[in-house]
Design a protein around this ligand. Structure first.
Ligand code: NAD
Ligand code: IPM
Ligand code: MN
Length: 355
């Protein structure tokens, strides 16, 4: 029996709906396998926790999480209760940073049964490798002066180590896929960091002659994601560019509610964290209509991380079949609830288990 201990943080908003739905699906997956045992420990860390305790997680929160095989997180953010910069730096970003989750992997592909806004959504299949620890999301900066002289400054920090790490990861991934890597840049303008990004890219690519490369300015690339996503295989992007690109890649699938993500710790010192691209969606929270697929596909990425790729593939195929059969939430043109979609996925997985 393979045992995995998973820390579960549903967080805020629809995180509280899609996480329990996905845990049911994970249980059905374990049933198919027969030799897998997931042990979950749920933590109530969230904006509500902040209201009660004055912090997003206890002081020893990271020590507690450290011992798990993975962290499965829904979403953080309830701006009515806690300002976003407080809740996010206090939990989500803290975990990404302190646990050195330097890479954020965000796939998107044409998904059967989806209602993509694209005229021709067929056959696109791409992965954005987002640098996840620095870049535009640096802690360097602040608000200075007051009154009319008020000014906010944000310094982007691009280290050679962090930049090269994200690029090498992306080249290795491209080698295993269709052998094409695109770099998201903005070197035509006045952004100092991007000529540096380009020089590292041009240097690193010499080590991967088998990978075809291209560089795109982020503004043009954002448009190409909409007009011709089929041209892309792996895309490497800085923290902020990758953030924006992956809401677009979610949207062209049909909904950001489908898009999965994995925050990977590469040195094996800390657990990785599995958390979808979407946020806490306060506009739909409480109605039971959130699409659970982003969170379920994120669970598939966790299975991959555990070395259970075959099982993960079965799970994704089952999700695709259920979607194709029209059992889907409103954001992708259906009328089913979060729980109904997850239950149908569970039922079909259980049928597979009994074959
Ligand atoms: P959001 O992703 O929460 O929502 C954007 C839009 O997509 C909304 O209309 C929402 O209803 C829809 N949507 C998102 N997920 C969906 C799903 N599963 N099913 C159906 N529709 C879905 O982004 P936002 O509105 O910019 O942010 C809301 C809050 O979430 C903020 O506090 C923000 O900081 C936070 N946030 C957290 C994370 C995270 O924890 N990883 C990610 C993004 C945003
Ligand atoms: C994401 C989110 C986060 C990010 C926010 C909530 C800090 O948008 O995971 O995509 O920008 O990384
Ligand atoms: Mn985002």
């Amino acid at each position: 029996m393979k045992n995995y201990e998973i820390a579960v943080i549903a967080g805020d908003g629809i995180g509280k709906e899609v996480v329990p739905a996905s845990l049911k699906v994970l249980e059905a997956v374990a049933e198919i396998h027969g030799g897998l045992n997931f042990k979950y420990k749920e933590f109530p860390w969230s904006s509500e926790y902040y209201v009660e305790h004055g912090k997003m997680m206890p002081d020893d929160g990271l020590d507690i999480l450290q011992n798990f095989d993975a962290i499965f997180l829904g979403a953080i953010g309830n701006p009515d209760l806690v300002p976003d910069h407080v809740s996010l730096w206090g939990l989500l970003i803290k975990i990404r940073r302190e646990f050195e989750q330097q890479i954020n992997i965000r796939p998107a592909k044409y998904f059967k049964g989806l209602r993509s806004p694209l005229v021709n959504p067929n056959d696109f299949d791409l992965i954005v490798v987002r640098e996840n620890s620095e870049g535009e999301y640096s802690e360097v900066g602040g608000k200075i002066h007051k009154g009319e002289e008020e000014i906010a400054i944000q310094n982007a920090v691009f280290t050679r180590k962090g930049t090269e790490r994200a690029m090498r990861y992306a080249f290795e991934l491209a080698k295993k896929r269709r052998g094409h890597l695109s770099s998201a840049t903005k070197s035509n303008g006045i952004v100092h960091s991007m000529p540096f990004w380009d020089s590292v890219f041009n240097e690193v690519k010499k080590d991967y002659p088998e990978v075809k490369t291209a560089s795109y300015h982020i503004d043009a690339l954002s448009a190409f994601f909409v007009t011709r996503p089929q041209e892309f295989d792996v895309i490497v992007a800085s923290n902020l560019f990758g953030d924006i690109l992956t809401d677009i890649s979610g949207a062209i699938m049909g909904s950001i509610g489908i898009a999965p993500a994995a925050n990977i710790n590469l040195n094996g010192k800390y657990p990785s964290m599995f958390e979808p691209v979407h946020g806490s969606a306060p506009d739909i929270f409480g109605k039971g209509i959130a699409n659970p697929i982003g969170q379920i596909w994120t669970a598939k990425m966790m299975l991959d991380h555990f070395g259970e790729q075959e099982l993960g593939q079965k799970l994704l195929e089952t999700v695709e079949e259920v979607t194709k059969d029209g059992i889907k939430t409103g954001d992708i043109g259906g009328s089913f609830t979060t729980v109904e979609v997850a239950d149908e996925i569970c039922n079909r997985l259980k049928k597979l288990a009994s074959v």
